[in-house]
Design a protein around this ligand. Structure first.
Ligand code: UD1
Length: 363
């Protein structure tokens, strides 16, 4: 049996890889390394409990730090394990510092490297995630892209087409598979919310939280919108820290809650009128659940959703945010039109990934 090591460490890696991990356990000698980039119960352990994911074989407990510190510490520890375990392949996912550290450590040891969610580009090099994606793609041996656009991005960067395979999106698969489970969540009752009567909001991207002007612009827009409709805001620790440091005023009508588990979050998303977010994963999860998503960024890696008019890019300028939301609230036909956009959603992405891996590793 061939040996594969999966490296993960953040909330989205855990949720989006959840359908694939049991399949890898069955078909390969499979080892999971958790870097501990995310470590709070609500950002980590809860997902293992809720989604029935087994314990990782190695927990590195790296935690927070500057980008270099965090990535460097991860590389040092990952390298030790790779040398000891000598796997046939290493699998990393998407764009956080965790997959970057895993990719650099593996490729320098000449271990066959697989990048899942390869080829996505925002074309904004100020985002650490964009730099991570490019670096990981360029040292990978097998590039598993979600769609044709990502495939073409890789070709344009000179990566050989024999190394690129389109497998679909694991975020879409995970949300479709877990929607039923999420229906059992009591979060609406707990928060006293009515379906379709609130907007869900999340912000955590460094480019939005670390630039005080942008953060204040977003908050002042939300304060204004909250005069017309309830906003529910599960707050990422990075955002909470930035808001507390700045002493930013927040309208009392905005319901600020702790980061939620996956099932509560899916339930909140599924029942919202629409979602406003800068998260990559939520853009796809919203599309899977047929909830319009207003993206609080100036560009997105998931252009197939904005091109199809399923999601909308609205940036971070208060005037644009407030006008768009007021327009949507005054004419619900626009929301219905976004909901009516029909996308072909694939629920078998993990199986496609498994086929590619077995094929490439000749198992
Ligand atoms: C990281 C990823 C981002 C992904 C996001 C999902 C990078 C560069 N960014 O951003 O692509 O969308 O995860 O959440 O890797 N913190 C806690 N508890 C935790 C985790 C973090 O309190 O469990 C706090 C720490 O103070 C930390 C801050 O949040 O400094 C930010 O965490 P970090 O891992 O640096 O990046 P994220 O913003 O979570």
């Amino acid at each position: 049996m061939k040996k594969i090591i999966t490296i993960l460490g953040t909330r989205p890696e855990i949720t989006k890889l959840s359908p694939l991990l049991p399949l890898l356990d069955k078909e390969f000698e499979h080892i999971i390394i958790h870097t501990g980039q995310h470590y709070s119960f609500n950002m980590d352990k809860i997902f293992f409990h809720e989604l029935g994911i087994r314990e990782p074989d190695y927990r590195l407990d790296i935690g927070s730090g500057t980008h270099a510190e965090q990535t460097g510490k991860m590389m040092i520890e990952i390298e030790k394990i790779l040398l000891k375990e000598n796997p046939n392949a290493v699998l990393v996912f998407a764009d956080p510092n965790t997959p970057l550290a895993g990719a650099l450590a593996a490729s320098k040891l000449n271990i066959y490297l697989v990048h899942l969610e390869a080829g996505c580009r925002s074309f904004n090099k100020k985002m650490p995630e964009e730099i991570n994606r490019i670096l990981i793609d360029h040292c990978s041996d097998l590039l598993l892209a979600p769609d044709k656009k990502a495939y073409n991005n890789l070709l344009k960067e000179g990566l050989p087409k024999e190394r690129i395979k389109i497998v679909g999106s694991t975020a879409i698969e995970a949300s479709l598979r877990n929607r039923e489970l999420a229906r059992n969540s009591n979060i609406l009752k707990e928060l006293n919310l009515q379906s379709g009567k609130y907007i869900l909001c999340t912000i955590h991207r460094a480019e939005n939280t670390d630039d005080l002007n942008i953060l204040r612009n977003i908050l002042c827009s939300l304060n204004e919108i909250a005069k017309s409709i309830q906003i529910v805001f599960p707050m990422h620790p990075r955002t909470k820290k930035a808001i507390l440091n700045d002493n930013s005023p927040i309208n009392k009508k905005i319901k600020i809650i702790e980061p939620q588990g996956y099932l509560n979050f899916l339930k909140l998303l599924d029942n919202s009128l629409f979602v406003m977010s800068d998260s990559g994963g939520i853009q796809e999860e919203a599309a899977a659940l047929n909830v319009p998503c207003l993206i609080l960024r100036n560009e997105t890696e998931w252009t197939y959703l904005t091109d199809a008019k399923k999601n909308m890019l609205i940036g971070t300028e208060p005037r644009k945010i407030i006008e768009t939301v007021k327009y949507l609230l005054s004419d619900r036909k626009q929301i219905d039109a976004m909901k009516k956009v029909n996308l072909k959603l694939d629920k078998e992405v993990s199986r496609h990934i498994l086929c590619e891996l077995k094929n490439e590793l000749k198992q």
